[in-house]
Design a protein around this ligand. Structure first.
Ligand code: 4MI
Length: 393
């Protein structure tokens, strides 16, 4: 018998403090049933990683949110990466891997670092400010749209669009309804921005259309693949960077350690990915009956994978709730695992390294001047405001 747990992961109180509920989820068993949403769930690192690895049983093509696309209408045409299984997934992913190359990122890194340096320099010693708009949003918005080659006007729509998309993986609750109401103009802007004529030559968007010209996908597929960049690439890094700054504000000893040894930067970024839990959860759907640790999950079940709980599973990590930049955090599932593992992970790491790297020589102390506030979201552990002061070095 699979243990049942009386917990609704999309209750506002749970979304406000998800980590408080993870131990109960992990301790209930390798698999638990959540009657509140009629889904199975896994929250231990070993089982989450195994499910993400087994893409044939735990499929994505029926949606990676609560809705089962085999019987419910998706809120938008499904992603050709995230919500698609092999063989189509492997073709689209291969094409996108070639576009989102490390070589093209290395080329822009000096420019990104200069932008981060200037942004941080302008915030140091100016008293209290909200690090969410001033840094966590400002930096990604200053580099990512240019990388894709988006038009200049309307880039402010990217964040509300992401908010809808990540809420839409959950139930049709008030969070989703409110995000939808706010994002009508954003949805139209994103749709237009994915069209070939609106993408600058040389950007990643134009390169997806170049792949279509070579016959690697159709023009209609190219349009939808560009949409993946716009959906996945902004809200995630905004909240990841916000969470990283918040982590260092809460753990000043780690900030001092990083300043004393900047060679820890990459390790520190990886630890923020493990500890932070920006992407809390994703679903899969079982393509057939499956036994997990002797417990049966029937075909067609939605399985909620708690990535953030896996990343703090004491069965896998020692002292998992402590933010420790010297630990070996690789092996976390913050970017997922297996064939769907984050396509943009190097972009995300490079953005975080640029911002934190800019802060290291300039910011002696990160002081929280008021309590940070969350922006509740069905998928993201999002930060709404982060009032801080950067004490100059
Ligand atoms: C993991 S976040 C994410 C990834 C991909 C897409 C959206 C969100 C997409 O639209 O392909």
């Amino acid at each position: 018998m699979v243990a049942s747990l009386d917990l609704n992961p999309f209750d506002l109180a749970v979304l406000a403090d998800p980590f408080a509920h993870h131990a109960a989820l992990r301790d209930a068993g390798p698999v638990v049933f959540l009657p509140s949403i009629d889904c199975f769930a896994m929250a231990r690192h070993a089982e989450v990683q195994a499910a993400l690895t087994d893409f044939e049983i735990y499929v994505s093509g029926r949606g990676v949110g609560l809705a089962d696309f085999s019987c419910e209408e998706p809120w938008r045409p499904p992603s050709l990466l995230l919500e698609t299984d092999p063989p189509v997934h492997d073709r689209t992913r291969g094409l996108m891997n070639r576009v989102a190359s490390l070589a093209s990122l290395r080329k822009v890194m000096p420019e990104w670092q200069a932008k981060a340096d200037a942004l941080v320099a302008g915030l140091v010693g100016h008293g209290s400010f909200d690090a969410v708009p001033a840094l966590a949003e400002a930096f990604p918005l200053s580099v990512f749209p240019d990388l894709i080659g988006l038009r200049e006007d309307g880039r402010e729509h990217l964040i509300p669009y992401g908010t809808v998309a990540f809420n839409a993986f959950g139930p049709r609750n008030a969070l989703l309804a409110e995000a939808m109401d706010r994002a009508q103009a954003a949805t139209a802007w994103v749709a237009e921005s994915c069209q070939r004529e609106n993408l600058r030559p040389g950007g990643w968007g134009a390169q997806v259309y170049a792949a279509a010209d070579r016959g690697e996908c159709s023009p209609a597929e190219a349009e939808r693949l560009v949409r993946s960049f716009l959906t996945a690439g902004v809200d995630t890094t905004v909240n990841g960077i916000g969470t990283a700054i918040h982590a260092f504000a809460q753990f000043p000893a780690e900030w001092h350690l990083l300043r004393a040894d900047p060679s820890l930067l990459k390790r520190a970024v990886e630890e923020t990915l493990r500890w932070g839990g920006t992407v809390q959860t994703f679903f899969r759907t079982t393509s057939r009956d499956v036994d997990v640790a002797g417990q049966r999950i029937p075909e067609g079940s939605k399985v909620l994978l708690f990535l953030a709980a896996a990343n703090r599973d004491p069965r896998r990590w020692s002292d998992p709730d402590s933010f420790d930049i010297t630990r070996q955090a690789s092996g976390h599932v913050g970017f997922g695992f297996g064939i769907h593992q984050c396509l943009g992970q190097m972009v995300a790491r490079m953005e975080a390294e640029a911002v934190i790297g800019a802060m290291i020589p300039r910011v002696a102390e990160i002081r929280e001047t008021a309590l940070a506030q969350r922006r509740l979201n069905n998928t993201l552990h999002a930060i709404g405001t982060l009032p801080v002061e950067f004490v100059p070095a």
